[in-house]
Design a protein around this ligand. Sequence first.
Ligand SMILES: Cc1cc2nc3c(=O)[nH]c(=O)nc-3n(C[C@H](O)[C@H](O)[C@H](O)COP(=O)(O)O)c2cc1C
Length: 223
Amino acid sequence: MDILEAINLRKSIRGYKKDAVSKEVITEIINMASRSPSAYNTQPWEITVMTGEVLEKIKQANITKLNSGAASQREITLKPYKEKYRERQVALAVELFKLLGFTLNDEVKKNDWTKQGYLFYSAPIGIIISLDKSLDDQPLTLLDIGAFVQTLCLASLSYGLATCIHDQGIMYPDVIRKFTNLSEHKRIIIALSIGYPDWDFPANKLTTTREPITNFTSWYGFS
Ligand SMILES: Cc1cc2nc3c(=O)[nH]c(=O)nc-3n(C[C@H](O)[C@H](O)[C@H](O)COP(=O)(O)O)c2cc1C
């Protein structure tokens, strides 16, 4: 697949077919992603891949915990977005919910939809990206992770697979650690769902918009 075609084709997929994805395929994708650049070639990414019974148990434990009202215990702190960034966040939600048949004010349906993230959007493969806590004061590691994750998403396309990067899968780190050997010394950063896309799933029709590049690009020295 042509690189530009892959970049254009990639989008977040939030509904998957049940078909299993082999360890061989995921291995090849992770191998490709490991070619990503990182600051000083430090390669700080740590990858935990889950499928089958293990992922199923994590999904169910996430839902049990969510239903019990447990607050998020995520290991990186996020602040609310403001101004144009908040506007873009809301615009995404409006578009996504429209395809799913509800509005921003429908709290019941919104809560139901949130659960899908805790269920890894029904994907057969869940991936957790973490960083060693000794790197906590190294801000470039988040850039390294970003490069790795984007490469992983693009490489997945070559195998007919789709992806969604998400926070919901990592809201309860104790659940992840209960069913994997992920060490307390690793900081969980983000989750990914991978699987074969279900194109009949309404949310997968979404193609998000982008700002024109004139809004964020400055040029100097061109004639
Ligand atoms: C760091 C990061 C966190 C994200 N978290 C979520 C999430 O929690 N739930 C979700 O559905 N999508 C999540 N996304 C996907 C974004 O919503 C998506 O990339 C954005 O809307 C652009 O759409 P596209 O990926 O389809 O091009 C996340 C993406 C990134 C890069």
